[in-house]
Design a protein around this ligand. Structure first.
Ligand SMILES: NC(=O)c1ccc[n+]([C@@H]2O[C@H](COP(=O)([O-])OP(=O)(O)OC[C@H]3O[C@@H](n4cnc5c(N)ncnc54)[C@H](O)[C@@H]3O)[C@@H](O)[C@H]2O)c1
Length: 370
């Protein structure tokens, strides 16, 4: 199968879908790989590295789409790419169809095969191609929070780790899933006093077993949150209720009870956020202040650390991409149920219930198109 790797053209997207290490794996299995020139630049890989691993470099995105049986990307194709997509071409990338109807319509029209990273699902319900980005965002939440706690950027002026003779900063993590666990681990590593709140008791039991001694696990409810936000320096929002908007655990009136310079990092901003005062921000202008409380609400946090994010993402996607190349998408999806769940739009038909429901489109059982 011929593999194509276009350069990402969405604003501020510096990740790339395949590293030179990935190219080598395809080359060893006799799948030719075509990479658009400078596609890996933002993640620290130059064209020479790709060539050394066996790729051929093409100068334009048009050439990559024209030659490839499978396009591997990071973000959904943007409008200028839509006319380049061919019937039967396999697209393996994040699509997030349900949030953008024109993209869904365009992919239906293209008659391509759209396999979405975000809906590949393991039998336990976990989403293996979303986890790596949650891990990155969770760890980054503390790095960013620590930065915005500094006085020159209107934070409280607290050093999270404290120093000998001075107590460390206090970090409150709302939600003990992937993001929350990674955030707590980073904060604990810096020496902060950390509390994780969750409503899932088995999860709290697990966290209490594996977390270091400077992390407390506490059952989440409004009473406790109202009490704890008064004396915590950094508060991380890491809530997820699958398929629903995040609940507003910190309401606007609560900000007045916090100390000036408290920092809120709402990682759940992409699901609407778990603070009432959250609105999405970008890496160019990541924070805003309400009632002397600093809000950091970047919807695409991993985009700021592409060198790490690209490796984290491709570690997870490559095994699936190799199966698709080795077997063809039909056989690979017949053999691998988690991969089959990634199929969203196939040759003009919507085969993912959530996407059909989002826009009132006809749904076709995925088993009838393979
Ligand atoms: N901003 C970004 O760049 C970025 C990147 C990755 C993930 N995210 C988002 O981060 C959020 C968390 O993702 P995740 O992978 O950690 O999800 P997850 O499902 O692993 O964890 C969510 C946790 O929230 C807990 N929870 C639900 N309701 C709660 C409540 N009322 N009080 C306390 N805890 C509650 C759940 O029990 C679960 O443990 C999601 O909204 C995700 O989309 C954002």
């Amino acid at each position: 199968m011929i593999i194509g790797v276009p350069k990402e053209i969405k604003t501020n997207e510096n990740r790339v879908a395949l590293t030179p290490a990935g190219v080598l794996e395809f080359s060893k299995r006799n799948h030719p790989v075509y990479v658009q020139s400078t596609a890996g630049e933002g993640s620290g890989f130059d064209d020479d590295e790709y060539e050394a691993a066996g790729a051929k470099i093409l100068s334009t995105i048009e050439e990559v789409y024209a030659v490839a049986d499978m396009i591997i990307k990071v973000k959904e194709p943007i409008e200028s790419e839509w006319p380049l997509i061919k019937p039967d071409q396999l697209l393996f990338t994040y699509f997030h169809f349900a949030s953008y109807e024109p993209l869904t319509e365009a992919m239906i029209k293209s008659k391509a095969v759209c396999l979405a990273y975000e809906t590949v699902e393991l039998p336990d319900g976990s989403l293996p191609l979303l986890v790596p980005m949650s891990e990155v965002a969770g760890r980054m939440a503390i790095q960013e929070g620590a930065k915005y706690l500094e006085k020159p950027v209107k934070g409280r002026g607290v050093l999270l780790g404290g120093v000998p003779g001075v107590a460390p900063g206090k970090v409150l993590v709302l939600g003990g899933g992937i993001v929350g666990t990674q955030a707590a681990r980073m904060a604990a590593g810096l020496g902060a006093e950390v509390s994780i709140l969750d409503i899932n008791l088995p999860r709290l039991r697990y966290l209490s077993e594996v977390m270091p001694p400077n992390v407390n696990t506490i059952f989440s409810n409004e009473y406790t949150i109202r009490k704890m936000i008064r004396d915590h320096d950094l508060i991380i929002g890491a809530i997820l209720i699958p398929g629903a908007k995040a609940p507003k655990l910190i309401t606007a009136d609560m900000l007045k009870t916090m100390r000036p310079g408290t920092v809120l990092v709402d990682v759940a901003v992409d699901q609407g956020g778990c603070f009432e005062t959250t609105h999405p921000t970008t890496h160019d202008n990541p924070t805003y202040i309400i009632d002397h409380v600093v809000h950091y609400c970047v919807a695409n946090m991993p985009g700021a650390v592409p060198a790490t994010s690209t490796l984290a993402l491709t570690n997870a996607t490559l095994p699936y991409a190799l199966q698709l190349a080795n077997k063809g998408w039909q056989k690979a999806c017949q053999d691998n149920l988690p991969l089959r769940k990634g199929l969203n739009v196939v040759n003009g038909k919507v085969v993912y219930q959530g996407v059909a429901d989002a826009f009132g489109l006809d749904y076709v059982d995925v088993n009838t198109v393979m």
